[in-house]
Design a protein around this ligand. Structure first.
Ligand code: ATP
Ligand code: MG
Ligand code: MG
Ligand code: MG
Length: 480
């Protein structure tokens, strides 16, 4: 089944169960000071769970664009190295706002995976919260255990601790136990070599978590105590690319049709081959992943810049550019040429990619162009620094020079150093950065952003770019 169809099946399934299908919220968040990017499907429904607003429908489902590169969820280091963590991914989800609870959530998840998706029951494992002996003194989630016991063999039910199987929104607010569904994607021969029930993904990289069902039944009060919620909620999240991997019978998200068109294009443009050399494989995966994160962000109104969310995007893009430069020998801008294939494959579900395609290409190309101007000189300087260094730790001030003069984000310098077995003194970097900030604050208060954003102080909604020519860097907002 192709990915388009898999996405549609999920939404159809929950529509039939009386869920309202809603669009993805933007991946870039403009009106929440605590969060720069959407990192889970539930973000856009936070106010319902907190009881601050009332939903129009009590059953909702969608696919949500997520980015996990900062804060509580940061998967950046995993990306490219493993084959199922992305920076940007789609999270499929169904919600109950005070409507159905565990019985339906569990039965429907199982029905969808085994009846609709026809996933082999013998490759699935589920987890249940085991309870806690800490101050909360929580009991095992026996309700979920009973429900699962009716549909899954006993040795396929595993118990998880608070870290993995108890979800909390924050220090206060709704929380509750969760049940995860994991899929064993190993071949039959590989599986035959192992036995037993301790097969969740902490133990084996090919037993992958695909779906998390959160049951919000408590509220954590300001004093830390838990009270039962009068209305209980369900919040589920399933990794769309992981589901595609399982359904397409492959062992890597990058071998699904979500990624293969992009990978083929990278191979063509860079004259490289995926699947032969691990360093090259990682570089290709990183580039295929990062172009999605960057393109979706720009389409959502977040341009690369020197501060805040814009700098997160610039760092992701520069990271990909360096992977190409070092491992695929790309000395000219090339990532902008991947935007077309991305928009061709995903534009139907996310029309913003189609609508903004030309602008995304222009912005990425210009970014590539400017970073490539200094990248090789920066790498040469880094070589010298490493060459001069006897102990395996690099002075943070040198990293600051790379940042300041050559535009190397600190995490990029750290990554390159770690590839060579060196460590970076990040404290020294922070000190040098602070000193520079102090100097420039006294000199001027002018923003160093590369892009002029016309905005008001009020909350705004991104409605599109004004001009498709990046020489006129204006972003259009309307007040809401
Ligand atoms: P993992 O343990 O694999 O890091 P998680 O427990 O952090 O996943 P959740 O927060 O429970 O993930 O999110 C719900 C689902 O979203 C997961 O079950 C998984 O299928 C998917 N998912 C989470 N992080 C990523 C990611 N970085 N890339 C792709 N899919 C992801
Ligand atoms: Mg995670
Ligand atoms: Mg997990
Ligand atoms: Mg999880």
């Amino acid at each position: 089944m192709r990915s388009q169809e898999i996405r549609a099946k999920f939404l159809e399934f929950f529509k039939e169960k009386n869920h309202k299908i809603v669009p993805s919220a933007p991946m870039v968040i403009k009106d929440d000071p605590t969060l720069m990017f959407t990192n889970a499907g539930m973000n856009q429904f936070k106010e319902f769970f907190l009881g601050n607003s009332v939903p129009k429908s009590t059953r909702v489902a969608d696919t949500q664009k997520c980015l996990r590169v900062s804060g509580k969820h940061n998967d950046l280091e995993e990306v490219g190295k493993d084959t199922y963590h992305h920076t940007m991914f789609e999270m499929l989800g169904n919600w109950s706002f005070g409507d159905y609870f565990k019985a339906e959530a569990i039965a429907w998840a199982w029905e969808f995976l085994t009846d609709v998706c026809k996933i082999d029951k013998d490759s699935l494992y589920v987890t249940v919260f085991e309870g806690s002996k800490d101050a909360d003194q929580l009991e095992q989630d026996s309700e979920a255990l009973d429900l699962w016991s009716k549909i899954v063999a006993k040795d396929r039910i595993l118990f998880g601790n608070k870290k993995d199987n108890f979800w909390e929104m924050g220090d206060q607010g709704p929380c509750g136990p969760c049940s995860e569904i994991h899929v064993d994607i190993r071949s039959a021969e590989e599986k035959a070599k192992v036995s037993g029930a301790s097969l969740v993904n902490q133990d084996h990289p090919q037993v992958v978590e695909i779906w998390n069902l959160v049951f919000m039944q408590y509220n954590r009060k300001a004093n830390g105590q838990l009270e039962s919620l009068p209305a209980k909620h369900v919040d589920t999240g399933m990794g769309f690319e992981r589901l595609c991997m399982v359904m397409q019978g492959v062992q890597s998200n990058y071998d699904t049709d979500v990624f293969t068109p992009i990978i083929r294009e990278i191979e063509t443009i860079t004259n490289s081959k995926y699947g032969k050399d691990e360093e090259i494989n990682i570089a290709i995966r990183v580039i295929a992943d990062h172009i999605r994160a960057v393109s979706f962000s720009i389409a959502d109104g977040q341009l690369p810049s020197n501060t805040g969310a814009g700098y997160v995007i610039r760092r992701i893009l520069r990271r990909a550019i360096r992977y190409g430069f070092t491992f695929l020998n790309t000395k000219e801008p090339f990532m902008f040429r991947l935007v077309k294939v991305l928009s061709d494959t995903m534009g139907k579900s996310f029309p913003e990619l189609k609508d903004q395609r030309q602008l995304i290409e222009n912005v990425v190309k210009e970014e590539e162009h400017s970073f490539l101007k200094t990248l090789d000189q920066g790498l040469l300087l880094l070589d010298n620094i490493v060459g001069e260094n006897k102990d395996k730790k690099i002075d943070g001030r040198k990293a600051f020079e790379l940042y300041d003069t050559f535009g190397f984000p600190i995490d990029l310098t750290a990554l390159i150093l770690s590839e060579r077995g060196y460590e970076l003194d990040e404290k020294g970097f922070d000190i040098a950065m602070q000193e520079q900030k102090d100097r420039s604050r006294s000199a001027s208060e002018v923003s160093k952003d590369d892009w002029v954003i016309l905005s008001n102080d009020e909350v705004e909604e991104f409605v599109g770019y004004d001009v498709l020519d990046t020489t006129v860097k204006i972003v259009k907002y309307r007040k809401v």
